[in-house]
Design a protein. Structure first.
Length: 739
């Protein structure tokens, strides 16, 4: 009898098993650090947790308030195995194990954010989560398709919101307002947020707030140089001071509200809505583009996200359903772009809307004692999401005040994409020391788009039913040492961006391929965890990618009909499935230490190496080198971080952080053609920040960050934007004391 079958049979027989104190279920919620976090009581909505039997990390609201990152992606810069790229000041994309964009999965409170228009490379969509509303961000590195479906090849990032709380001993009406102010000198940021937490009796709580900020052009630490020739890279362009970067700055408005209703001790309901509105966020590498006139600029006029969802949490405490979580969600993602070309008296304008309806349910069984030496339990669930796309583009001739509608937008109008699946995972603990885990998932993906004859776009009607799975082992060798190993098989199905889009990317113009097939990744990883006063993790991994979707160079004659952007581009690419296997491997370490005199230390170190087949056409001249294997695009360099934090019982705290990276000169063909990457690679850097905070629990917080203390000129690999120069960021949070 299999472990899954045995667990089900035993559960039906009503044989619960309580975990011993030193073997607490790793999926149970741990107490969260941080003084300013609004906690949820035990009967309230319980955070969806990413599995911690995989390599991962989590940062908290306290970390965000201390480091004062400019965005949700920026908050991840100190996480092991994560490298944050920025195509624009108003954008940010996290690389996990060398993969990003549509190969990593973004989630918010258990709701999938990835939709069918996520790009093959870095994208801006994690930026559309307001970091002021985030309680914590969890990162799991490595494949995660068994539980979360398509796209989770490199890893999963889940943001969790600041939650409401209910005190069952209180009666009547209470409210706790917060007033926040935030500013920064490097980009002239000014903004803030007003929010209030309200409780009604012992069963209803509401948290609501609005915020906004105005961000100007970003001043860097100065120019960086091409390692190859010592010249200044083509992007970004600078003002006359050679520090302030053109194509930076944006405006932002946010709002959110969530209602928590505790029906009874076993059931609770949460209703939530989030709105993000970004205006006038220029794409730095296209404002202006390399070799373009100085006044040309690709601007994101509107970058909107709206998310409305409900969560039902239950504790039936039956044999097969001990915990249950169900969600229903609706999302709207809107993007409006304008490529202004004043010298040509033309504006190219595009607008895309993605409407997504989603539903999910997940459950966990009761722990079952199958034998005196064996305890088992199940996790299982299902989810499905459906996208509907609205896309249009037009040309505005400014000299004659005329507008010409194009036959298609960046995507095909009224196209659709449905994706989902069901999973089951079985876990067993043997002799209180050895935990085994195995699971599988059956998914369904359907992509549909009508043909557009005027632009030579073919119709799409594709269906896939991927089957994936994973297995793992966790051996607690001693009370302070655990050894772990995992095998994961994940997938990413081609989405509407792959199958139908035409767009300007960093390396050049990219056009569609309706014949793409899913790419799959098999990851092997081993790790060790050391606990007690000093805790550390070391993970080594190897990911094999079959059918990897990569950019293949094309000639001008290959351009689709009626596509002048392709004809005028310096380089052209089409996405194809690589015929040979690609590989990513690396090493990740993290260290946390409690030191004397109220000091704590943290450090991370990551190495990633990637290689794949050469998908270009061999040169006609046989004397020209044409390697069979080439580096994968935009793989991060060797990098790491270190922090030292001191806290005093009075509420004062001080910390210093260092981020560093070595030079990345191992480039793919697309990297060489990408103006975001300096000729010869991206130089290494060391950046030091110093933070001072003072807090009175839930009443006052003052946080000051002295960033880039030594005014280093630096850039994260693959970014268009140089990092901020020496400056000061300030956060003042007034709690209920001002009501």
């Amino acid at each position: 009898m299999s472990l899954v079958s045995a667990a089900i049979v035993a559960a039906l027989c009503g044989q619960p098993a309580d975990a011993p104190a030193d073997n607490v279920d790793p999926t149970d919620n741990a107490e969260k650090p941080g003084d300013e976090i609004i906690q949820v009581d035990d009967d309230g909505p319980r955070d969806p947790r990413l599995p911690d039997d995989r390599p991962g990390s989590e940062l908290w609201r306290e970390d965000i308030e201390r480091r004062l990152p400019r965005s949700a992606p920026d908050a991840l810069r100190y996480e092991p195995g994560v490298f944050v790229q920025q195509t624009a000041h108003s954008q940010g994309s996290a690389f996990i194990r060398g993969l990003t964009g549509q190969q990593t999965l973004l989630m918010f409170d258990g709701i999938r954010l990835n939709n069918s228009t996520y790009r093959q490379g870095p994208n801006q969509y994690f930026f559309t989560l307001d970091s002021q509303t985030i309680e914590s961000i969890q990162v799991v590195r490595g494949g995660g398709s068994t539980r979360f479906g398509s796209d989770a090849l490199g890893g999963v990032i889940m943001a969790l919101p600041v939650e409401t709380s209910i005190d069952r001993d209180k009666r009547g009406f209470t409210y706790e307002p917060h007033l926040r102010f935030r500013g920064a000198t490097a980009d002239g940021e000014l903004g803030g947020r007003v929010q209030s937490h309200v409780t009604i009796g012992d069963s209803i709580a509401v948290l609501a707030g609005v915020g906004g900020r105005n961000v100007g052009r970003l001043e860097s630490g100065g120019l960086i140089r091409n390692p190859q020739d010592g010249e200044v890279p083509l992007v970004p362009r600078f003002e006359d001071d050679l520090r302030t970067q053109l194509g930076t700055g944006f405006k932002e408005l946010t709002g959110d509200a969530r209602l928590h209703y505790r029906i009874n001790a076993e059931h609770s309901l949460k209703l939530a809505a989030y709105a993000y509105r970004q205006f006038d966020g220029a794409r730095t590498d296209q404002c202006p583009a390399a070799f373009a006139p100085f006044d040309e600029c690709l601007n994101y006029d509107e970058q909107f996200r709206t998310l409305v969802y409900g969560v039902w949490e239950a504790r039936p405490k039956t044999a097969l359903v001990d915990k249950l979580r169900a969600t229903l969600s609706w999302q709207w993602q809107r993007e409006r772009r304008t490529l202004s070309r004043p010298s040509a008296q033309v504006n190219n304008i595009g607008r895309d809307n993605v409407y997504t309806v989603g539903a999910s349910v997940s459950a966990k069984s009761r722990k079952v004692e199958l034998a005196p030496w064996l305890t088992g339990w199940l996790s299982y669930g299902a989810d499905t999401y459906a996208d509907r796309i609205g896309s249009a583009s037009w040309i505005e001739f400014t000299d004659i005040d005329s507008v010409q509608q194009r036959s298609r937008g960046q995507y095909l109008d009224d196209s659709s994409y449905t994706y989902g699946g069901s999973f089951v995972e079985a876990s067993g603990r043997l002799w209180k020391q050895l935990t085994l885990r195995a699971g599988g998932r059956l998914s369904w993906v359907v992509a549909k788009a009508a043909a557009d004859l005027d632009s030579g776009t073919e119709a799409v009607d594709n269906k896939w039913f991927p089957l994936v799975g994973n297995a793992g082992v966790d051996w607690r060798a001693t009370r302070w040492l655990s050894l772990l190993g995992n095998i994961d098989h994940s997938f990413r199905a081609p989405n509407l961006d792959d199958l139908t889009s035409r767009q300007q990317t960093g390396p050049g113009f990219q056009f569609e391929n309706p014949d793409l097939e899913p790419e799959t990744a098999t990851t092997f990883e081993v790790g060790a965890r050391v606990g007690r006063r000093v805790s550390a993790e070391v993970w080594a991994f190897r990911t094999l990618i079959d059918g990897a979707v990569v950019k293949s160079p094309r000639e001008q004659t290959d351009c689709p009909p009626n596509t002048p952007q392709c004809d005028a581009a310096w380089t052209r690419f089409q996405l194809v499935n690589a015929q040979a296997r690609s590989e990513v491997r690396g090493l990740e370490t993290s260290l946390y230490a409690r030191l004397p005199h109220n000091l704590t230390g943290r450090a991370t170190f990551s190495v990633t190496w990637g290689e794949g087949p050469n998908v270009g056409d061999p040169p006609t001249d046989p004397t020209i080198p044409f390697p069979d294997r080439v580096p994968l695009s935009r793989v991060p360099p060797v990098n790491g971080s270190a922090e030292l934090l001191w806290k005093h019982r009075s509420g004062f705290a001080a910390s210093s952080g260092m981020r560093w990276a070595l030079k990345q000169s191992r480039l793919a063909l697309a990297d060489v053609a990408d103006a975001r990457i300096p000729a010869g690679g991206t130089p290494g850097f060391v950046v030091v920040d110093v933070n001072l905070t003072y807090r009175i629990d839930r009443k006052l917080l003052v946080s000051v960050n002295f960033e880039n203390l030594f005014d280093a000129a630096y850039r994260y690999h693959g970014s268009s934007v140089n990092g901020p120069g020496r400056g000061v960021s300030l956060l003042v949070d007034l709690g209920p004391m001002w009501r």
